[in-house]
Design a protein around this ligand. Structure first.
Ligand code: NI
Length: 216
């Protein structure tokens, strides 16, 4: 999706999360505090609505569901292999994060879920993600399976016909939200990143979350 739209979506999602948090304040169940506290409360709201469930198909045609990854941290990203900009850039960012994480990368599993199952067959998505990093798992499925997965992440996507379409199988593109979700080893939503976040910031957050979880 185009960057301007991406930022609009991220801004909208953030606004919704903050709005939800503010509603809680107004009901008086949470004391009014500073920005850090507000951010935490927005994450609590997201934790309740992002269930992170999926039942999809891997590049080897085997069924893959979110429960298969328990015990690992997940970085979940929705997109499609024909995406001209945000998806390849984001997968490049995720590959770099995996390399930079060092030994901690063992407990980190990146998952790329297509929103374009018509073109992204198991074989197509498998070879696409492999070009970025060997550890990234590419998942596809039926339209219904993809819709259910996107719903559980509150991810948006839409099929957009191309104006100069020639009626071929390729005369459409996909619009989609571009958050990178962090899911903890228990399958619980931890936080979300924007592909525009600096890699150093994402790495710092990942290490802090992983260290805090290891202490518990
Ligand atoms: Ni994209």
């Amino acid at each position: 999706m185009r960057k301007a739209r991406l930022f609009l979506w991220f801004a909208a999602a953030t606004a919704i999360a903050v709005y939800g948090a503010l509603n809680i304040y107004q009901r008086g169940t949470v004391p009014r505090t500073g920005d850090d506290e507000r951010q935490k409360t927005a994450e609590q709201v997201a934790r309740e609505i992002v269930t992170g469930e999926f039942d999809l198909v891997g590049s080897d045609l085997e069924a893959v569901s979110d429960t298969d990854f328990r015990g690992n941290w997940l970085l979940v990203f929705f997109g499609f292999t024909h995406c001209p900009d945000v998806c390849p850039t984001t997968l490049g960012t995720i590959a770099l994060i995996m390399d930079e994480l060092g030994p901690e990368a063992e407990r980190m599993q990146p998952v790329f879920i297509t929103v374009d199952p018509e073109r992204d067959t198991p074989e197509v998505i498998g070879s696409y993600v492999a070009a970025f990093h060997p550890k990234i798992v590419g998942l596809t499925g039926t339209e219904q399976q993809i819709a259910a997965a996107a719903k559980s992440y509150r991810a948006y996507y839409a099929r957009i016909p191309l104006r100069d379409g020639d009626g071929s199988a390729d005369d459409y593109t996909m619009d989609h939200s571009a958050h990178i979700y962090l899911i903890d080893p228990d399958g619980i939503y931890a936080t979300v990143f924007s592909p525009a976040d600096p890699i150093g910031t994402i790495l710092k957050t990942l290490r802090a979350r992983m260290a805090a979880q290891a202490e518990n």
